[in-house]
Ligand binder design. Structure first.
Ligand SMILES: C[S@@+](CC[C@H](N)C(=O)[O-])C[C@H]1O[C@@H](n2cnc3c(N)ncnc32)[C@H](O)[C@@H]1O
Length: 356
């Protein structure tokens, strides 16, 4: 029987942020279904938050409140592909079924291991059955590669398309996965960086893609100027559409071109903050980033790949030396973390650094 439980009540716009935070605090009651109405999201809690938890919630989402709400018990969902496929696949192959499915808009993306290749269409159809919002299932057909950081896909079920609209943190993005980079696995990172920006800042998103950092920053801050640079004409075409879709014209300025060149030609010393999300090559663009930072100093969000044979300390040292080589200095490493695994024994990492 549905009954009243304690909850966090937040305006819809902050819903995703509140869910992430409540999960981090381990206070979400996962037996119950999150509720939404036109204006608010209600996140069911296991108990009343403690004082320190309450402070954390209030600090990150000032317009949230602790309330009570009537929650129905969550229906049991099929969370793995094993259940729908156990009668179709030979038992010894069930263990090879992919556990991770990425969802970009109404497209599901999976990696099919070689031993399951003969069953890829059956797996695709199972995903369509289990995830009712999915219209298309794509299998990865190679690694992310090239300057534009895109990969090839094979259609394994549903509508033949790579184009969709994806929602993230209250923003919407037109994306064509075959033409421009996008990963839903960077969702937390997009929000983390956006929430560090202060009103009044000038930000340069040097490798902006379709705009998930730039647009969220503009959407969540009243007075910001964001220069969003990308070398891929398709990415910039979608970026421009996304600027209009999210109504951040005048705040986000899309620029097509090479990051280093664009800085040299007009963004010298303008930035309070530079985002460098091109992990395999960001170090080569540090000179441009350092030139773009205001003479009074600023912050760089620097991304890199890290292999098991390397360490975060080494990445940090290489970064500090490269900044020195560009005539600036790292005043402080403010933060660092492993963002996600990108391949076996390889991770994407981030450093936030104050540059003077
Ligand atoms: C890993 S993607 C990141 C996209 C976006 N920041 C995101 O989080 O989705 C890197 C982007 O850098 C762009 N890029 C690669 N080389 C570039 C360069 N020299 N100048 C500007 N953009 C470049 C690619 O086209 C790609 O869109």
């Amino acid at each position: 029987m549905p009954r009243e439980y304690p909850c966090i009540k937040v305006p819809k716009f902050h819903g995703e942020k509140a869910i992430i935070l409540a999960n981090k605090l381990k206070i979400v009651n996962k037996e119950l279904e999150i509720q939404r109405n036109e204006n608010f999201i209600y996140i069911p809690l296991l108990r009343q938050p403690l004082k320190n938890e309450l402070d954390a919630i209030k600090e990150q989402i000032p317009d949230s409140e602790i309330s009570t709400y009537i929650f129905p018990v969550r229906k049991k969902r099929v969370t793995t592909l094993v259940e729908p496929l156990e009668d179709t696949l030979p038992p010894h192959l069930l263990a090879s079924l992919p556990r991770a499915i990425d969802f970009v808009g109404d497209i599901a993306i999976i990696e099919i291991p070689p031993e399951l290749d003969a069953y890829k269409n059956v797996i695709g159809e199972a995903i369509l059955r289990v995830h009712k919002n999915v219209q298309t299932v794509l299998a990865k057909a190679g690694a992310v590669s090239g300057t534009y950081r895109i990969r090839e896909f094979n259609l394994i079920a549903g509508q033949p398309k790579t184009y969709t609209i994806h929602k993230e943190h209250g923003c919407r993005y037109y994306i064509d996965l075959a033409k421009a980079y996008f990963s839903p696995r960077l969702s937390y990172e997009h929000n983390r960086v956006a929430s560090l920006v202060k009103d009044g800042e000038t930000v340069i998103d040097l490798f902006a893609g379709v705009g998930p950092f730039s647009i969220l920053i503009a959407k969540t801050h009243e007075h910001v100027k964001v220069y969003a640079v990308d070398a891929n004409p398709h990415a910039v075409k979608f970026l421009k559409k996304n600027v209009r879709l999210n109504r951040v014209e005048g705040k986000v300025h899309p620029i097509l071109g090479d990051a280093q060149q664009v800085v040299k030609e007009g963004l010298f010393g303008v930035a309070d903050r530079v985002i460098m999300n091109l992990p395999e090559k960001a170090i080569e663009f540090l000179e441009g980033a350092c030139e773009a930072i205001k003479s009074s100093g600023g912050i760089v969000h620097f991304y890199s790949f890290l292999k098991a044979s390397d360490s975060l300390e080494n990445v940090t040292l290489r970064f500090i030396n490269a900044v020195k080589g560009s005539g600036r200095e790292v005043e402080k490493i403010l933060f660092s973390r492993f963002v996600r695994a990108t391949a076996p024994y390889e991770w994407q990492v981030v450093l936030d650094a104050k540059i003077r």
